[in-house]
Design a protein around this ligand. Structure first.
Ligand SMILES: Cc1cc2nc3c(=O)[nH]c(=O)nc-3n(C[C@H](O)[C@H](O)[C@H](O)COP(=O)(O)OP(=O)(O)OC[C@H]3O[C@@H](n4cnc5c(N)ncnc54)[C@H](O)[C@@H]3O)c2cc1C
Length: 303
């Protein structure tokens, strides 16, 4: 966030301009308007809405503290309950190379947690948030690409230059918030990026239908361990040395899948297409690979 050092009477178009209308930008705009309806808030977002449901962005599994922010701080509990899946906690299987997951070590809750969290369909949520933020009185300029950030010194306004529908625009503000996610516009401009010494890679894709670990066992004791018997609603992680493979169900009927791994142990060029990722999965998590190939799941996207 970048704001003035001193209060100033200088004319500005808005009080706060937020660059990037993803999860962070839209929720901040909503929170600002809820706390102070006199604030003039504008969000500049590259995507045009409505965006696609089910295969839009990663960041689908909320943790309890984030879920608390959405449901209690922003008051979105009704939307979350009606439009997304209640999450059955985190779950980890240490199952590298194994076909029998019910024989591997499992860490995960056996009953629903008192503190709720949700598996979020990001397309559905951001479509909803965009409308909700507008109703709350903020401007959302979508289909608008930010081209330059001009930072004002000593209380002078900041200016965001963007293009929308082939025309160039500028908007001045007392406060500039960079919520552009991995684009990191302000971070790049100010040279703030630092290496953390750990190279990690991720690839992800979505398939139609839901993948249920309970389908992989006939052991009544193992199946009866969870009440309700809803392992599929967990954020399931199948783990091995230097990696986890995630499975996150989405309310729009898709399942989100992804590999997160140490780049030295699992090089990116061994998984950077869907065919290669499936080869990798057959070696490391053969049971889920078999499910994906034989249970009629159609590929929705691959990134
Ligand atoms: C592989 C992976 C898995 C993850 N899994 C999880 C998870 O399970 N749970 C979780 O909580 N988090 C997860 N995350 C983190 C996740 O990315 C964040 O939770 C969340 O998406 C961050 O929201 P954001 O608003 O910062 O970014 P985004 O939602 O990406 O929003 C940034 C917005 O800025 C816009 N933008 C960028 N450049 C411009 C420009 N020049 N002009 C205009 N607009 C622009 C983009 O269009 C985008 O909408 C994961 C991240 C990765 C990489």
């Amino acid at each position: 966030m970048h704001g003035p050092d001193t209060d100033s009477d200088t004319h500005v178009d808005v009080d706060v301009v937020i660059v990037g209308g993803g999860l962070a930008g839209l929720t901040l705009a909503l929170q600002l308007r809820q706390r102070d309806p006199s604030l003039r808030v504008s969000v500049i977002e590259r995507q045009r809405h409505p965006v696609r449901e089910g295969a839009f962005k990663v960041g689908e599994s909320t943790v309890e503290i984030g879920a608390h922010y959405f449901s209690h701080v922003l008051g979105l509990r009704g939307h979350l309950d009606a439009e997304h899946l209640r999450k059955f906690g985190f779950r980890f299987f240490f199952s590298d190379g194994q076909t029998q997951l019910d024989r591997s070590t499992e860490l995960g809750v056996s009953a629903a947690l008192d503190v709720p969290s949700w598996q979020i369909d990001r397309g559905r949520f951001e479509n909803f948030l965009t409308g909700h933020v507008r109703e709350a009185g903020a401007m959302v300029h979508d289909g608008a690409v930010v081209r330059a950030l001009e930072l004002g010194e000593a209380g002078a306004p900041h200016v965001v230059r963007y293009e929308q529908d082939g025309a160039s625009h500028g908007i001045s503000a007392r406060w500039l918030v960079d919520a552009s996610g991995r684009a990191g516009l302000l971070k790049r401009k100010l040279g703030l990026a630092e290496r953390n010494g750990h190279d990690a890679n991720a690839v992800w894709w979505r398939v139609s239908g839901h993948v249920d670990p309970n389908d992989w066992s006939t052991d009544p004791q193992w199946l009866g361990r969870c009440t309700p018997p809803d392992r599929w609603r967990s954020t399931n992680h199948l783990c091995g040395e230097g990696y986890w493979f995630w499975l996150i169900p989405l309310s729009s009927g898709q399942h989100s899948l992804g590999i997160v791994c140490d780049a030295t142990l699992h090089p990116l060029d061994g998984m950077n297409t869907h065919a290669k990722a499936m080869d990798w999965l057959r070696r490391h998590q053969p049971r889920v690979a078999q499910s994906l190939e034989h249970d009629g799941h159609e590929l929705q996207d691959f990134l």
